[in-house]
Design a protein around this ligand. Sequence first.
Ligand code: AMP
Length: 690
Amino acid sequence: MAASEDSLRRALVEKQSTIESQGNAVRALKASNADKKAVDEAIEKLNALKLEKSSIEKQLQASVGGNPGSSVSKEAFRQAVVNTLVGRLFFIPSFKIYGGVAGLYDYGPPGCAVKSNVLAFWRQHFVLEENMLEVDCPCVTPEVVLKASGHVDKFTDLMVKDEKTGTCYRADHLLKDFCNEKIQKDLSISAEKAAELKHILAVLDDLSAEELGAKIKEYGITAPDTRNPLSDPYPFNLMFQTSIGPSGLSPGYMRPETAQGIFVNFKDLYYYNGNKLPFAAAQIGQAFRNEISPRQGLLRVREFTLAEIEHFVDPDDKSHPKYSEVADLEFLMFPREQQISGQSAKKTCLGEAVSKGIVNNETLGYFIGRVYLFLTRLGIDKDRLRFRQHLANEMAHYAADCWDAEIESSYGWIECVGIADRSAYDLRAHMDKSGVPLVAHEKFSEPKEVEKLVITPVKKELGLSFKGNQKKVVEALEAMNEKEAMDMKSSLETKGEVEFHVCTLGETVTIKKSMVSISKEKKKEHQRTFTPSVIEPSFGIGRIIYCLYEHSFYLRSSKTGDEHLNVFRFPPLVAPIKCTVFPLVQNQLYEDVAKIISKSLTAAGISHKIDITGTSIGKRYARTDELGVPFAITVDSAASVTIRERDSKDQIRVNVEEAATVMKSVTDGNTTWADAWANFPHHSSGSAEE
Ligand code: AMP
């Protein structure tokens, strides 16, 4: 796709220059009073060239801005989806009667039902399948926890301010919008310029504050609302601060993620799990981020539901017992090398990516595969789902590897799930701050003889030389790793003294032979103690749901062709209501039958809705298609009813007593609509639809 866009841009530049030459030729002919036939022919040629140019422009426009599989523009498509979502109360801007607040949304009745179905499937697919330990921790978190995790110091985005009005913007978003707009709307830019802008988009997350600021200046980007100049980018902490209790002396924050609640409970969870690794803990809950300028509707909000898994594993063995179940999956993967070299994501076999070391380890690969299955079973289009590896700087320094599940929507590719191997960072950070050992043990079947490094600082000697700094020198000596210690030992033996840098003092001191003894001793050990590594899949539930809305939405013409009807093709798994029950016309007998069916649906645990309004059946079908209800039962006799499937509009006829059983089977996924279609008489009723 990139190649054809590239060649179209080149063709456009060439065509423009041919048009200019032809324009000159026409002018020259006119100036030389050439005969009319020659002038007309030259003009005709010019017009033909202009037509060719406009056709290239159209192709280029479609290649950079069209909605896949549709001629409707992305914005118009999005507007149709959002209008339906808002119109049918899937979501509502929060505090709407007071004007609303950017980045805060309510879920209305069908939105709540979809969310609860998605979460139920998440629990089934992850918590139940992997025997995870689910916890539920508070949103209000004391400062010390988020200080230890690094959020107080580093949970920031780069912000720029309108220098005159003070309005704030996210620096990377302004640069991203500029690049996208140029690529999509300025068809006159050269293929080289387009490639440069695309490269910036590819490495956007990798740019430092200085690099971002320099690009904003280079491209002359100004405040979008006023065109005023912008400040240099600077970090803004995204956490909502609060205080716990009335005194104001105990600072806290609304948690920006749920993970920390799991880390601080590691010791107890490990014990609960019989002191065995690997195990995973999971948490579903609200997260809060004071986003700088949330714009993309439900995609970037200030309070959202996260579903997070922390899988604790031995750092020396990151194999996974169920890895083979996902190794053969094939889907779009986008490793960092391909991003940097300007290629696009390619369909890749997961097992190959793991065996070639593109994905760091089996457990990380296992979760990537499970996330793929989760999202596609929900109804995410597999061709608009890719796994993108983080670029080197984008990834935290301690992380071993990191992949985002990105879903393509009308806003572009959106990070919906982050899957990271965070090594032992989080547990170490909380162990250092709290002093509580957050470690695991591996018991040896037989005691092992090991050589242990023993560093014994001679405190009396050190005290005489370093006085008040003695403690820091002792700590630094004890913290040496094996290589540092053995190097010091050999220097002390040959030279009698050695220069030693003490970080906590910020200076280099001289250590003499009499100040420390370093040796290796043989010891019998019964177990190994280590800090587990953590593999963390983190799901933004709201983002997944919004992308699902876009992937499920389509328009179909009414039978008369004069109206477009909105439909969500949700699978029964996520549909907010599984079926509707319609008496065909208002009459007591049909309503009584509808009530009997409703009772049996309730007993079978199937969410449904009765609509006894006298509205035409076609209108009632259209209303529920717009809610994505997959099946409609229409009562048109006392003995049997029809069941209509939403997307095909096909209908079967079943006995009243069978209706709930058939519904249960197809909505639970035990059978498919194709099975029902094969097993029951078909009902054809043109009149029923309209
Ligand atoms: P992070 O911890 O930043 O990797 O975020 C984890 C997940 O939370 C992401 O993959 C997103 O799906 C989701 N997420 C992050 N920020 C927001 C936001 N402002 N609004 C909605 N979802 C978000």
